[in-house]
Design a protein around this ligand. Structure first.
Ligand code: KG4
Ligand code: ZN
Length: 334
């Protein structure tokens, strides 16, 4: 089955063609992402109205490119998977309307996909991961721990009480005037910094060892930047100290969950899973307990449509189809 995936939940317009015969096993024929960083950079964050307007301009060319790279045409497509939430509603609508129009005109089944399910199943694009597995989903909008028991069977066992980890990266980068998007810049700066230079609080959520909290850390960095001590600290050292703190704050609940649930395979996924230090440190700490960390390659960590096609594929292969009445939902629960 050739599946066209479409993703437009936030600021990236993406399309992909996936070839699959069995749930969880697929060949990515193409995966195209047009990011809008240049549009939003001047504002230091995503401007929803600009994001949806840009999706309108880019979505069709991106789909065209995904098809031509895959060496196929629209008439070859046998199913369409599209993100229907969570995300920015204006952005979601562009991809969803486009997918509905295509599904209707081609007379092929449509699957509306939860963006988080895309992140959860992204590792399957490259690896065979036995289920159940534990997944740490860390992105700009989410920081959660899920147990993936099977296709369509996802149980959230931990979550952030306030900010997402990616949000903390982006906000701290903004406070440090490092530009946008912040995660990647901090990752690069931190490579040349001393992670022990600035002591920052590592908050734990009382009575909830599997939950996360990042707002206190963000405030601590803001206060530090206003203090006299900040003058003597270069941005490399502050970036490294902040990043190390986030990484340790992500690792502790993840390993606690793996221990509590007795799960050997840990999947690291979402935009922040691109963080080089997190990838190394989580793998090191997990290995000490005989656990394995599986992370998608960088292009499948950040938003992309191949993961959306993967998340829709098991339902399309099973003969399920959504009605063309499905709507975009900004807060769609998994
Ligand atoms: O999954 P994603 O592309 O979009 C959402 O669904 O949110 O994640 C974007 C987030 C942003 O907050 C970005 O700063 C962060 O992922 N990010 C990183 C890195 N690359 C992207 N954070 C830390 N280190 C990175 N290398
Ligand atoms: Zn995402």
């Amino acid at each position: 089955m050739l599946i066209l995936g479409i993703e437009s939940s936030c600021d990236d317009s993406a399309a992909a063609v996936l070839e699959t015969q069995r749930a969880g096993e697929a060949l990515v024929r193409s995966s195209v992402v047009a990011n809008q960083d240049d549009v939003h950079r001047a504002f230091g964050g995503i401007v929803p109205e600009l994001a949806s307007r840009n999706h309108v301009v880019t979505i069709l060319p991106v789909i065209q490119r995904a098809l031509s790279t895959a060496g196929c045409e629209l008439k070859d497509i046998e199913g369409i998977a599209v993100t229907r939430g969570p995300g920015l509603v204006g952005s979601l609508l562009v991809g969803l309307m486009c997918a509905k129009g295509l599904a209707h005109s081609l007379d092929v089944p449509l699957a509306g996909v939860n963006h988080l399910e895309g992140h959860l199943l992204a590792p399957l694009l490259e690896h065979r991961v036995p289920m159940p597995f534990l997944a740490l989903v860390v992105s700009g909008g989410h920081t959660s721990l899920f147990v993936v028991e099977g296709f369509g069977r996802y149980r959230e066992v931990g979550r952030t009480r306030d900010d997402a980890a990616g949000e903390a990266f982006d906000k701290v980068a903004k406070m440090m005037a490092l530009g946008y998007p912040g995660g990647k810049v901090i990752d690069e700066l931190a490579r040349r910094g001393n992670p022990k230079r600035v002591r920052l609080p590592r908050a734990r959520v009382k009575g909830a060892p599997l939950d996360f909290s990042f707002s206190g850390l963000k405030t601590a960095v803001a206060l530090f930047l206003r203090s006299e001590a900040a003058v003597a600290v270069n941005s490399e050292d502050l970036a490294a100290s902040f990043q190390e703190t986030v990484v340790e704050m992500l690792i502790r609940p993840t390993l606690a969950a793996a221990r509590e649930l007795d799960i050997a395979n840990i999947v690291l996924t979402g935009g922040v899973a691109a963080n080089s230090r997190l990838r190394v440190r989580l793998a090191e700490e997990a290995a000490k307990e005989g656990r394995q960390v599986i992370a998608p390659s960088l292009k499948y960590c950040t938003d992309n449509a191949a993961m959306i096609a993967m998340a829709g594929s098991w339902r399309l292969l099973g003969g399920q189809r959504d009605s063309l009445d499905i709507d975009a939902e900004a807060n769609l629960p998994l």
